[in-house]
Design a protein around this ligand. Structure first.
Ligand code: NAD
Length: 402
C-alpha cells in the first residue's frame, strides 16, 4: 500500500498534508510512503527530515500520482493531477465538495474515492480528525495577532511612571472555534473583550475565558438558534437586524473587531452594516500606511464576509477604519497549521487503513459522512445535486443528509 505526499499546487499554499513524524508512524503501520521533493519546505520540513522518517523522496510527480493508493492533500489537486490517479486510489483533504464540486470531476471520473475533511461529522469520536476546528483555531489566533500588529495602540493596560494606558477593547462576533480562540488570544494580550453569538450556549464559554457575552433579545423571533449538530441556524432578516443593531452600538467603542460568524453551507450572515463602519472610530490618517481607526478582521470573508463592505481577499482603509478580509490565515502559520492538520489526517487514516490495507467501511458514520465519491459514483447527495448538469451517474438510493 503506497501513500504519496505531494507539494501542494495551489498558489500561496504553504502547508503540507503530512509531517515527517506522521510519515514515520504510517511506515511503522506497514505503509510505503513516497514524498515529492520540496513538499514540506514551506512549512519548515526538509526533504532530509522526510528521508530520515523513512520516506522515498522523488522528483517525479506524475509517477508519484499514478502509483499512489492513498493521497492525503491539503487542497484538491488540479485536474491534470487527478487524472493521473489510479482507479480505487483514495484522496483525502479540504476538497471543497460543496462550494467547488466541479473541481473534483476528473478524480470522480477516474474512479478515485474522495474524502472531504470538511464533511467529517462533528461527533465526539471524530474530534481528533476535525481539521476545520484545527484551522479555525489557527485563524482565530492569527486574526488577533494581525490586529494587534496593525493597531497603533497597546493591548494590555499598563501603569507606568509616564502614566496609565487603557487596555484595548476587542469585540468578537461569532464565538465558535475561531471566535473562542480569538477571545482567548486577545485576553492573553490583556485586552478587554466582548463577544456576541446567536447561540446562547456560547455565552458560558465566552464568560469562562474572561470576556463579556452580549445577549440579543430576539423577542421570540427565533425559538431555537442552534441545530442538533451544535451549529447556528440561519436567522430571519428581522432577527438578524436585532443583532446588527447591537453590533453597531458595541462597535462604536471597539479598537478591534474580529468577526467569524458562519452558518454551514450558507453565505456568511451580514452582521456589520455600512453605517456601523461609518460610526466606528475613524482616526485621521496622518502618516501613510498608518491605521489609526478601528481594525476589523473579517474571518468569514471566504464565505462572503460578515461586513457589508468586505471585499474577500482585500484589505481596505475606509475613513481610517482598516478592514482585513483574509481568505486563508492558516497559510501564514504553516508549521503549526500543518502539524495539526497532519495529526487530523493521520487519525482519519487510522479508520481507513487496517493491517496495512485499505478498508472502507461505509457503515462507519465518519467514513460515510466524509465520502464524496466512491468507485466512480458520487456518494454525497448535495454534491450529486450540484453536479447534475454533468454526465455522471447519480445513484438513486442516496439518502438526503441533514
Ligand atoms: P461556524 O464556523 O459555523 O460559525 C462560527 C460561529 O458563528 C458559531 O459560533 C455560530 O453560532 C456563529 N453565528 C452564526 N450565525 C450568527 C449570527 N447571525 N450572529 C452571531 N453569530 C452567528 O462554527 P464552528 O466554529 O465551526 O463551530 C460551532 C459549534 O459547533 C461549536 O461551538 C460547537 O458547539 C460545535 N463543534 C463541535 C465539535 C465536535 O463536537 N467535534 C467540533 C467543533 C465545533
Amino acid at each position: 500500500m503506497r501513500l504519496a505526499v505531494l507539494k501542494e499546487a495551489a498558489t500561496g499554499e504553504t502547508r503540507v498534508a503530512l509531517l515527517p513524524d506522521a510519515v514515520k508512524s504510517l511506515i511503522a503501520k506497514g505503509l510505503e510512503v513516497a514524498v515529492e521533493a520540496g513538499a514540506g519546505l514551506a512549512s519548515g520540513h526538509s526533504d532530509e527530515a522526510y528521508a530520515r522518517a523513512g520516506a522515498n523522496l522523488s522528483l517525479e510527480r506524475a509517477t508519484l500520482l499514478s502509483s499512489a493508493d492513498i493521497l492525503p492533500v491539503v487542497n484538491a489537486p488540479p485536474s491534470e493531477d487527478q487524472r493521473r490517479l489510479k482507479r480505487g486510489a483514495i484522496a483525502i483533504g479540504f476538497l471543497r465538495p460543496l462550494d467547488h464540486p466541479a473541481d473534483l470531476l476528473a478524480a470522480i471520473e477516474a474512479g478515485v474515492s474522495l474524502f472531504a475533511v470538511e464533511l467529517v461529522p462533528r461527533i465526539t469520536r471524530a474530534q481528533a480528525m476535525d481539521a476545520l476546528s484545527s484551522m479555525a483555531t489557527v485563524a482565530g489566533y492569527k486574526a488577533v495577532i494581525l490586529a494587534a500588529d496593525t493597531l497603533p495602540r497597546l493591548f494590555p493596560m499598563l501603569m507606568t511612571a509616564a502614566g496609565t494606558i487603557a487596555p484595548a477593547r476587542v469585540f468578537v462576533i461569532g464565538a465558535g472555534v475561531a471566535g473562542l480562540q480569538a477571545i482567548a488570544t486577545a485576553r492573553r494580550l490583556g485586552a478587554v473583550v466582548e463577544a456576541y453569538d446567536v447561540r446562547a450556549a456560547a455565552g458560558e464559554q465566552v464568560r469562562s475565558l474572561g470576556a463579556k457575552f452580549l445577549d440579543v433579545d430576539l423577542g421570540g423571533l427565533v425559538t431555537d438558534t442552534e441545530d442538533k449538530g451544535g451549529y447556528a441556524r440561519e436567522l430571519s432578516e428581522e432577527a438578524l437586524e436585532r443583532g446588527r443593531d447591537l453590533i453597531a452600538k458595541t462597535a462604536k467603542t471597539a479598537d478591534v473587531i474580529i468577526t467569524t460568524a458562519q452558518v454551514p453551507g450558507r453565505p456568511a450572515p451580514l452582521l456589520i452594516r455600512r453605517d456601523a463602519v461609518e460610526n466606528m472610530r475613524p482616526g485621521t490618517i496622518i502618516v501613510e500606511n498608518m491605521r489609526p481607526g478601528t481594525i476589523i478582521v473579517d474571518l468569514a470573508a471566504a464565505a462572503g464576509g460578515n461586513c457589508e463592505l468586505t471585499r474577500p481577499g482585500e484589505t481596505q482603509v475606509l475613513n481610517g477604519v482598516t478592514l482585513f478580509a483574509p481568505l486563508n490565515l492558516p497559510v501564514t502559520i504553516p508549521g503549526h497549521a500543518s502539524q495539526l492538520y497532519s495529526r487530523n489526517i493521520t487519525n482519519f487514516l487510522g479508520l481507513l487503513v487496517k493491517d496495512g490495507a485499505l478498508h472502507l467501511d461505509m457503515d462507519d458514520e465518519i467514513i460515510r459522512g466524509s465520502c464524496v465519491a466512491h468507485q466512480g459514483q458520487i456518494t454525497n447527495p448535495r454534491v450529486a445535486q450540484s453536479l447534475e448538469a454533468y454526465i455522471l451517474p447519480i445513484p438513486s438510493n442516496l439518502e438526503p443528509r441533514t
